[in-house]
Design a protein around this ligand. Structure first.
Ligand code: NAG
Ligand code: NAG
Ligand code: NAG
Ligand code: NAG
Length: 364
């Protein structure tokens, strides 16, 4: 009887464990808030409706005026393509600045490009690069890091398409430079370096833009392609709050939001604010009240050989319950090996039972 009771208890425990593992799909948005704008996932602290985002700066304007919905950052016109919680990054589409001239050297059209970012957004200097394309181009990116003004840029001059770099952006027809970290409010300026009329025939336009690393492979064909390109992907950084020594200062505040089982991270990107990360062994959205959940190591695949995987505490760990007739290998806890001693005892048991039957038949 005692044995049967404990068996029931084990079964109850097992079924409780399996229900918690099936419901452990991490919530991305707050309750009663949508987390999709088209196929883009909008995780908290971002949100599309009042009370669905943490602060104004995390408002995403999901506009349905076009056939597929478009996500705009806050009340502006920057299009959001991707939100990453892990790295505090935001993929957006940046615009291409262009200046075009006619054969007489008159400026025929000019598309300026400027990006003005409110705190806590800055341009990701590790994921984005500044490019200028043209054969008589001087391009400058001018921005602010805090109160400090920073200017950088590059120049490219060439005399014919033949001299343009064939497969890389290395100075002839195309130049690139790194972006200082922590930049916001950056007008991109393009103009002519030499006023070289000779290049106008084959190179009527000069371009300058910020682009996500790896998203553009420069070749002579880029001159033509850029003519029809208004926007290119680039990466922004974001963080929570405006503290300059964020984790130290923010953790003392009432509005500190890193949830249970997560920790505060200083991003050290020349800007302000903190990020949250789930502790090792946990996964989920560390900004969401539902927070970081124990990773179910058994969900994706069964790491146990000849056994059942159990997502037991502590987080980040699991254990193996061996199938009948197997026992744990003392050396490798993922491996269950044939248990010969048990088979032996079963045989013994069988003998006892048959002996019992034999004696009962005899006594009958
Ligand atoms: C979202 O859909 C667009 C087309 O509608 C597609 O280009 C894009 O790759 C999709 N993004 C993701 C993350 O699936
Ligand atoms: C959202 O974007 C649309 C399209 O650009 C615009 O008309 C609308 O005013 C924006 N809404 C808000 C709240 O900014
Ligand atoms: C979204 O952003 C993350 C991190 O910034 C990146 O690794 C991932 O490739 C991006 N996804 C898309 C579809 O751009
Ligand atoms: C631009 O065109 C005007 C006539 O439309 C001309 O007077 C002027 O000299 C031109 N400028 C240059 C720099 O060639």
């Amino acid at each position: 009887m005692a044995l049967r009771l404990s068996l029931v208890a084990v079964l109850l425990l097992l079924s409780a464990a399996s229900t918690t593992t099936t419901t452990a799909v991490a919530a991305q948005a707050l309750p009663r808030c949508s987390d999709k704008c088209g196929n883009l996932t909008i995780p908290y602290p971002f949100g599309m409706k009042k009370d669905c985002y943490l602060r104004e700066e995390f408002f995403i304007n999901c506009s349905h005026t076009t056939q597929s919905p478009v996500a705009y950052l806050m009340e502006g016109s920057l299009i959001v393509t991707n939100i990453s919680l892990d790295d505090g990054e935001l993929g957006i589409l940046g615009s291409v600045a262009a200046d075009c001239y006619n054969a007489q050297g008159n400026l025929t059209c000019s598309f300026p490009s400027s990006i003005s970012l409110p705190l806590p957004y800055t341009i990701s200097s590790s994921k984005s690069k500044f490019y200028a394309v043209g054969c008589d181009v001087r391009a400058i990116i001018q921005g602010f890091r805090g109160e400090e003004e920073l200017v950088t840029g590059c120049i490219s001059v060439c005399n014919s398409l033949d001299n343009v770099d064939k497969n890389s952006c290395s100075g002839a027809g195309c130049c690139q430079t790194n972006i200082p970290c922590g930049l916001k409010n950056t007008p991109v300026k393009v103009d002519s370096y030499k006023n070289n009329l000779r290049v106008r025939d084959f190179n009527p336009c000069s371009y300058a833009f910020i682009v996500e690393q790896g998203q553009i492979n420069f070749s002579p064909a880029s001159f033509k392609e850029l003519k029809n390109t208004e926007k290119l992907p680039m990466v922004l950084n974001w963080a929570i709050g405006k503290d300059t020594n964020p984790c130290n200062e923010a953790q003392k505040r009432k509005d500190f939001i890193c949830t249970a089982n997560s920790r505060c991270v200083n991003p050290n990107r020349g800007s302000v604010g903190y990020l949250c990360r789930c502790l090792p062994g946990y996964e989920g959205n560390p900004y969401h009240p539902g927070g970081c959940q124990d990773i179910d190591e058994c969900r994706a695949s069964n790491p146990c050989q000849n056994g059942r995987c159990l997502n037991t505490p502590p987080p980040g760990k699991y254990s193996c319950s061996c199938h009948k007739g197997y026992k744990t290998d003392g050396m490798n806890d993922k491996l269950c090996i044939k248990d010969d001693s048990k088979r032996h005892s079963k045989i013994v048991l069988l003998h006892i039972v048959s002996f019992g039957m034999y004696t009962s038949i005899l006594s009958a």
